[in-house]
Write a protein that binds this ligand. Sequence first.
Ligand SMILES: [Zn+2]
Length: 387
Amino acid sequence: MHTAAAVADFRTYPLISALSGVQNLADRVSIVWADGRISPFHHVWLRDNCPCEQCVYTVTREQVFEIVDAAPDLVPANAHIDSDGCLQIDWQDGHRSRFDPGWLRAHAYDDESRAERLAAKPKAYLWRSDLQLPVFEYSALMNDNGALLQWLIAVRDIGLTQVRGVPTEPGSLKLIAQRISFIRESNFGVLFNVQSKANADSNAYTAFNLPLHTDLPTRELQPGLQFLHCLVNDAEGGESIFVDGFAIADALRQEAPELFQALCEIPVEFRNKDRHSDYRCLAPIIALDALGRVAEVRMANFLRGAFDTSVEQMPLLYRAYRRLIAMTREPRFRLMQRLNPGELWCFDNRRTLHARNAFDPATGARHFQGCYIDRDELLSRILVLQR
Ligand SMILES: [Zn+2]
């Protein structure tokens, strides 16, 4: 009962409420739970989700059965609660299915259960200039999975964190990034060196001020997490600035809904080219997820192509774009801090825009290393640590 072995999954499902009654109707089974909730399950849904060893390969716990291989009018010959408290269904074609009540409750699709699941989903905590920056210690993150989980949840929900006590030898960033997962390589390398270079292939590798942006908006999938690790910071200037792109999008949605909508709908091209590569991506600046929530901001003015939209829409796009950039400059949203050697930023690159003040290379050396990890890796690591 409520063990991973009983279900087609590696997770376990606690018994929230026992099954107390089963009614077999024309096209569904109606379950009454001990706490009074009623959950209908269509016959086709139950047959599709049969967790038996014929339907699910026990090693991978992935389905081998396909619903089209059952008759479309298949109905149970019998449905009842067995002596273990599971829902047992004997189908008219002779197949038998048993459902763990913990699993069944976790997947029930009555309105109340679905609303509960939606409410339990992680939510972005929107922040402004007064954010209490979440700070973590390198040694704890390297040795303690509990501390690691707390950090990853902060990265997921707040989108900006700092880690202190990181060794300052070049390459140390790799060790902590790999505590999460494998690193996403790009044309700038597995680890990229942020230094002022004579023959720069990006404005990042100059001493210029860099306006608020996301990295690699030129890719179909922008990197999810970005790390910036400070090895040396003796130059004057070069402070890091962050804004919560989700908080700005949220404020824009309330203050100027027509401009918010324009940024969700009108695509903009971002380009990054050098002698050996030419990356381009055409996408709206704000992307919503399947539930209508802001899921991504894509922005780097220095990588943006000329706007290409209809004559009617061009003034609207400029109004929306100007408003967005103006908002990133508003003090209410901006958090500024200088990074010291042995400290690193880890932030959600598809949410948190980052900037750097200009620095003066004549006043001292400045060397940061950075890398990327995709958001999927973060979310998967959190779920595995929570098992
Ligand atoms: Zn089966």
